[in-house]
Design a protein around this ligand. Structure first.
Ligand SMILES: [Zn+2]
Ligand SMILES: [Zn+2]
Length: 115
């Protein structure tokens, strides 16, 4: 976590759920927030792993958890967890959003579909 430009605490999150999953009727387990541009993507346990794909496609190296009560950052470059600044609100997805989510999109056999 040596490059301050990797984190822009003033950028709000892109929305309540994974950008790509919402566009494609997909679903996720946990959500990650790009610390640079606010992109919300799904975690590596999720079927589509959009947070990691976003980091790979853009070079934005840091994500923050977008789960209620979690405040860690993760750096893809060294695969380490860090503490970081307080990002622009909201700091997590809505509390009534189920895990996995979003509501109505999770298949009954979701546990067989995890990475
Ligand atoms: Zn996704
Ligand atoms: Zn980004």
């Amino acid at each position: 976590m040596t490059e301050p430009t990797a984190i822009d605490p003033d950028v709000p999150p892109s929305g309540p759920g994974c950008v790509e999953c919402l566009a494609a009727d997909g679903w996720w387990v946990h959500l990650r927030r790009c610390a640079h541009c606010g992109h919300i993507g799904c975690c590596d346990t999720s079927p589509s792993q959009h947070a990691t794909k976003h980091a790979g496609a853009t070079g934005h190296p840091l994500v923050a958890s977008y789960e209620p009560g979690e405040d860690w950052f993760y750096d893809y470059r060294d695969q380490q967890f860090y503490e970081g600044p307080v990002l622009a609100p909201p700091r997590a997805h809505p509390a009534d959003q189920p895990i996995p989510g979003p509501s109505g999109k999770v298949p009954p056999n979701w546990q067989e579909l995890l990475n």
